[in-house]
Design a protein around this ligand. Structure first.
Ligand code: KIV
Ligand code: ZN
Length: 510
């Protein structure tokens, strides 16, 4: 039987980045976009250009760089947003304007303060305006699930008439259940007269843990595009998880007879990249990419697996890109072995980045006898993946012990200039953080601090994660080093860089 293809619309850089704590700067977004291109998704939603200069710049750079994937930008249903989205997108080989307005009475009454007729008119005008720039226009009916079905059908029919090629049906608040959501898609297919002129897309949030199940139900009912994010990151409980949807379609081809063009062996490296850039850790039992997703603990399972993998394994770790190699590296490992190791972990770095990573690897190998995959991942994340905006740690020195007041001297490169200061605290980390706050003149609140040994042994690298809050913005920062005080300083500075970026954003609300 010929398989139909489902379009994978990745919104990690837009909806995913709206996750509490997650924030990526322009360079980091570009790195993620390159990885999504390798993963071979169909559409990358690169951002919401009206939200900030940074978003605009990220969409523009991604549009100019990524050539084999469609690039979408979000715009509310007004001409200014659409003009701005187009300005950012116009350098793309295959640009898509994604415009949206809410259709539920709850949103109309309390948020938009518009009548149904006004919303219908705005939706049509927005699509027509977007069509004056490109044929590739997507329309989303925000909060579609809680909208009056007849009104939703009327809006969808009108926007298709106005030129929308894709019509997206979001479960914005993650309220639906699979039978109901599948039924909504079937209803639209029957009711909307011109529905065959557009692709039906779905976009599910995970508030009740049903985002993936609802997306699959919609696909079974006829949706042909799914909007999703790596690791399922996104607003509140997140979006539908890309890796789960893709692997469901692949593993259950026998039942669903559908396919995607995603190169599944890049799923795990992409998941790790997002974790390292955003600091948002994946739960160990997360399907497909969690640390335990392929670990067989029970003796009876191990016995079965040893006899025949099919007994307890419905897909292989290799098919999602989980490396099997346990090759341990050390100070005698050369450039070639290091490059191969990086490759097996899914990293293909530029020559310049490779040289920096190799230098850091050699420094680490001088101090630590065995270097494990986790050490290398932390090193690449720390040195290469997290790209600082404003602040860079140059030097940290602490004095602490039983009979001294813990004191820290910190040197930071700030806007290209070297700045230094000293402060004291109740402990060495407190002293370092106070010195950094003095230098950067920031007043953020430390909500969470945790330190984790990356591997076993007393010579393990420490990975510090911090959560900072300032003026309602929350960010997560991470840093890794053999010395946990240095790792702490790095994590704090990483978070401050993210706060800088985030503070400039979302002066406009969705
Ligand atoms: O959740 C939602 O409704 C959205 C739309 C903007 C597509 O993210
Ligand atoms: Zn959303």
């Amino acid at each position: 039987m010929k398989k139909e293809r489902i379009k994978i619309f990745d919104t990690t850089l837009r909806d995913g980045e709206q996750s509490p704590g997650a924030s990526m700067n322009v360079e980091e977004k570009l790195r993620v976009a390159r990885q999504l291109q390798k993963l071979n998704v169909d559409v990358i939603e690169a951002g919401f250009p009206m939200a900030s200069e940074g978003d605009f710049e990220a969409v523009k750079r991604i549009a100019e760089t990524i050539r084999t994937v469609e690039i979408a930008a979000l715009a509310r249903a007004n001409f200014r947003d659409i003009d701005r989205a187009w300005e950012a997108l116009k350098g793309a080989r295959n640009p898509r304007i994604h415009t949206f307005i809410a259709t539920s009475d709850i949103h109309l009454k309390y948020k938009l303060r518009l009548s149904r007729d006004e919303v219908l008119k705005k939706a049509v005008e927005a699509v027509k305006h977007a069509r004056s720039y490109t044929e590739n226009v997507e329309f989303s009916a925000e909060d579609a699930v809680r909208s009056d079905r007849d009104f939703l059908a009327e809006v969808i029919e009108a926007v298709i008439e106005a030129g929308a090629r894709t019509v997206n049906i979001p479960d914005t608040v993650g309220y639906s259940i699979p039978t109901e959501f599948g039924d909504l898609i079937r209803f639209l297919k029957e009711r909307v007269r011109n529905i065959d002129r557009a692709t039906i897309s779905v976009h599910c949030h995970n508030d009740l843990g049903l985002a993936v199940a609802n997306s699959i139900a919609a696909i079974q009912a006829g949706a042909r595009q799914v909007e999703c994010t790596i690791n399922g990151i996104g607003e509140r409980a997140g979006n539908a998880s890309l890796e789960e949807i893709v692997m469901i379609l692949k593993t259950r081809k026998d039942l669903l007879h559908l396919d995607t063009r995603v190169k599944t062996e890049y799923l795990y490296p992409t998941s790790r990249l997002i974790t390292h850039i955003t600091g948002m850790v994946v739960q160990p039992n997360k399907a497909i990419v969690g640390a335990n997703a392929f670990a067989h603990e029970a003796g009876i399972h191990q016995d079965g697996i040893l006899k025949e993998r099919l007994t307890y394994e419905i897909m292989t770790p290799e098919s999602v890109g989980i490396p099997r190699s346990t090759l341990v590296m050390g100070k005698h490992s050369g450039r070639h072995a290091f490059r191969e190791k990086l490759k097996s972990l899914g990293y293909e770095l530029s020559e310049e980045d490779f040289n920096r990573a190799f230098e850091r690897f050699k420094q680490l190998a001088d101090k630590k006898k065995e270097i494990f995959d986790e050490d290398i991942e932390a090193l690449v994340a720390d040195e290469i993946l997290r790209i600082p905006d404003r602040y860079r740690l140059l030097y940290v020195h602490v004095v602490s012990g039983t009979n001294v007041i813990p004191t820290a001297t910190v040197q930071i490169e700030m806007d290209g200039k070297m700045v230094q200061d000293t402060d004291y605290g109740v402990g060495p980390v407190d002293a370092v953080y106070r010195a950094i706050a003095r230098i950067t003149k920031t007043k953020s609140k430390l909500l969470k601090y945790s330190v984790n040994a990356i591997t076993g042994g007393t010579d393990a690298q420490g990975e510090v994660t911090v959560r900072l809050e300032e003026k309602g913005h929350t960010v997560i920062g991470q840093g890794a080093h053999m010395d946990i005080i240095v790792a702490s300083a790095k994590a704090y500075i990483n978070a401050l860089n993210k706060l800088e970026y985030k503070k400039k954003r979302f002066q406009v609300s969705l």
